[in-house]
Design a protein around this ligand. Structure first.
Ligand code: SF4
Ligand code: SF4
Length: 308
């Protein structure tokens, strides 16, 4: 089993007790903040019992003294369903402000516990474990019914999809099959994104399999992807203002562009969660996130070269 929130981190690693780092709180992440994606929401409404059972199993494995299911406050039906399923179990539901990004592990620990995960660290370092709601439900199926992770909920959406919906998809089904199942694409469909429009990756072919980390498939129209030409940085500072981690995206991106790994590191490139906020607000249409991703690859290569 791996985390179904997107990062596909091995679940057994998160649930293995570490005597040096005891877990106080298990956070069950139901904050699905990217536009278009509603897979976690659908799961919370339709399989609340499985989410709560998996949460309790996670509590037993980690030894956490409290379990909190975190849900954004624009999802009252999900809060109601989980609250009903959790009655009498000790599992608590907490409403969080609806904002982007809210579902990142760092944002969640700050919002619920008032504690920040140190840069380069894990929630474990502050006594917390974060599991996605989908992971909790899959954990329940695995333990209670002995069923491996063969399916996951995938949101197939975007204005470029004729019949957007959440699909319980077999792992390994192709994106093409998902799109056909949802009525195909509209005539003005222009871009297919694996994931949501903010953090997803543009893909060039639909012959790509659904993996355990596939939370969504978003098809954007020509109108939605229309971008003005990239210009030089205006030094407006908007990318800095919106960054949830207070990073200076423009400096990191420039360092990546000029392949200066040292400068990128000095500006904490590894702390970037690739939320896309900086690129979204940039009036110069600079592809900040793509450059930051490039910088991370360069950094990994430099580290590997140092180690060899
Ligand atoms: S993508 Fe941009 S806004 Fe988001 S964390 Fe990275 S630098 Fe900050
Ligand atoms: S938002 Fe764009 S134009 Fe403004 S400082 Fe950042 S990179 Fe430069």
């Amino acid at each position: 089993m791996v985390g179904l929130g997107g990062a596909a981190f091995p679940t057994h690693v998160k649930l293995t007790r570490n005597a040096q780092k005891p877990i106080e709180t298990l956070l069950i992440n139901g904050c699905e903040c990217e536009p278009y994606l509603t897979a976690d929401y659908a799961l919370m409404v339709r399989a609340a019992g499985a989410v709560v059972t998996g949460s309790l199993l996670g509590q037993r494995a980690t030894g956490a003294s409290e379990v909190v299911v975190c849900i954004e406050d624009n999802k009252p039906k999900a809060m109601e369903a989980i609250g009903r399923a959790a009655k009498g179990t000790g599992v608590r539901v907490q409403a969080l402000k609806t904002k982007y990004p809210q579902g990142g592990e760092r944002q969640l620990t700050v919002a619920v516990l008032g504690k920040e995960v140190p840069t380069g660290g894990l929630p474990l370092d502050i006594g917390a474990v974060v599991l996605n709601v989908g992971t909790a439900a899959a954990l329940a199926r695995a333990v209670v019914r002995g069923r491996p992770l063969t399916h996951r909920v995938v949101t197939v959406s975007g204005r470029g999809i004729r019949e957007p919906r959440n699909v319980l998809a077999p792992i390994g089904a192709s994106y093409r099959e998902l799109v056909e199942f949802c009525g195909g694409m509209t005539e003005d469909a222009a871009r297919v994104v694996a994931g949501g429009p903010m953090m997803g990756f543009t893909i060039g072919s639909l012959d790509v399999p659904v993996t355990k980390g596939t939370s969504g498939l978003t098809v954007l129209t020509r109108e939605e992807v229309r971008r003005s030409e990239e210009t030089a940085c205006l030094r407006c500072g908007r990318c800095v203002d919106v960054c949830p981690l207070n990073l200076v995206a423009t400096k990191i991106a420039l360092a990546a562009k000029t392949e200066n790994v040292e400068v990128a590191e000095r500006y904490h490139i590894s702390a970037c969660v690739e939320c896309g906020c900086c690129a979204y607000v940039c009036p110069a249409s600079i592809p900040l996130v793509q450059l930051i991703r490039l910088g991370k690859v360069l950094r990994q290569r430099a580290q590997a070269a140092k180690g060899s």
